[in-house]
Design a protein around this ligand. Structure first.
Ligand code: GDP
Ligand code: ZN
Length: 380
């Protein structure tokens, strides 16, 4: 901290009473601790599709630096005379800036310091924000979220990373054959989506690759356990266009995010719904696997009729927070019908000797795969 900063800090502290000062230092200490633990884990190998953490702590920063940072952050913004405020929706986020759709235009905005440091926590695509227009447009406020799809930071599970905000529907996109249908990611998404208040829809793409009716039936039967949970399932192909009408109807007038592995056809589906989006898709040869991926950040597209579509980067693994058995059971509604057979009211359906849910799994009435996922998530 240089002399000038020291002077500034002392002036600002002088205006506070002892209790306020104490509180401020405590906050600074917590912030510093959180940042330090992130920095420590920052260099660990990360799944290449997971976003790197963008926080940095400079060497030699002491608690006073952090206190000054907080004070700076909270300094009432000196508004440019006549500065206009507009509310809008975040459609894209870069490192230090974001694009916001305001009535009649889309503008590039700077993001205030604190929001920048807490990227993907305080600000996500889909967020409603207040922008102060001026020489530089600045995002000053993020409005409360109606819904969110979030997950723990892969490197620091204490930090929430919001993938998208204020979505009505999240379409869990999977494909058949390339890549093959793996229901495991579906389970995790279903929990996270419903926990965040949005409605899940499962969309199975590339149906054109299954022209043999028997093969199609066998492949789609993997989704029967999900139909039993009441989730809407749509099937489609961006090549033959079968099922596209139904998918269009499912997203109409809503804000919908498409999530799922890289290569399942999310960008292709968005193009099929709205051809002039012209999103880049992968060449067939690098259709799936660990090759280059086209979508590296989420983007929100406005479509006529109030529909908003969000393309998200492929996320290979989607972490979840640890939950109690009681909460987790909310997301496995198909267990409900068999709970009468449990001896204990607070049965976790794991180690208890008399358990209606375990019995139903044994009798083939409940999906073993779903039950195993439940157990894994409980122990997660
Ligand atoms: P994303 O990573 O999920 O956005 O996937 P892309 O939209 O980039 O598509 C990945 C690959 O799958 C590309 O080669 C597409 O041409 C191909 N693809 C997309 N939809 C279909 C489909 O319905 N059928 C077939 N056969 N291929 C598709
Ligand atoms: Zn039980």
């Amino acid at each position: 901290m240089n002399e000038q900063e020291k002077k500034k800090l002392n002036e600002r502290l002088a205006a506070l009473d002892t209790r306020e000062r104490h509180k401020l230092y405590k906050r600074a200490s917590l912030l510093r601790k959180a940042r330090a633990s992130m920095t420590k884990t920052r260099n660990r190998a990360v799944d290449e599709e997971d976003e790197p953490t963008r926080l940095r702590i400079r060497r030699g920063e002491n608690l006073d630096d952090w206190v000054l940072k907080i004070l700076d952050q909270e300094e009432p913004t000196r508004e440019v005379e006549g500065a206009e405020k507009k509310s809008g929706v975040v459609v894209w986020i870069g490192k230090k800036s974001c694009r916001v759709r305001i009535p009649g235009a889309e503008i590039l905005c700077d993001v205030s310091g604190e929001i920048q440091r807490e990227q993907q926590t305080l600000l996500a695509v889909g967020d409603e924000v207040v922008v102060h227009l001026g020489e530089a447009n600045v995002v000053r406020q993020v409005l409360p979220r109606r819904t969110r799809l979030s997950r723990p930071d892969p490197q620091n599970p204490n930090i929430e990373r919001v993938v998208v905000a204020n979505v009505d529907v999240v379409v869990i996109t999977v494909s058949v054959k390339t890549p093959p249908l793996h229901p495991r990611l579906i389970d995790r998404y279903l929990v996270a989506i419903q926990r965040g208040g949005a409605t899940p829809v499962i969309c199975v793409n590339k149906l054109d690759l299954l022209d043999d009716p028997e093969e199609r039936r066998a492949e789609l039967s993997k989704l029967e356990p999900y139909a039993a949970t009441g989730v809407e399932i749509t099937t489609c192909s961006t090549v033959s266009h079968e099922g596209m009408l139904k998918l269009r109807q499912a997203v109409e007038g809503k804000t919908c995010a498409f999530v799922g592995h890289s290569g399942v056809g999310k960008s292709s589906i968005l193009n099929a719904i709205k051809p002039d989006l012209n999103l880049e898709t992968k060449g067939v040869s690098e259709g799936y696997g660990r090759g280059t991926h086209t979508t590296t950040a989420s983007s929100l597209y406005h479509i006529e009729g109030g529909t908003r579509l969000i393309d998200t980067p492929g996320i290979r693994s989607f972490g979840l927070w640890k939950m109690s058995a009681q909460e987790l059971c909310w997301y496995f509604p198909e267990f409900e019908a068999y709970k009468d057979g449990c001896k204990f009211g607070n049965c976790t359906h794991t180690h208890e000797p008399v358990c209606g849910v375990k019995q139903a799994v044994g009798d083939g009435l409940l999906s073993r795969h779903r039950y195993e996922t439940y157990g894994r998530l409980l122990g997660a």
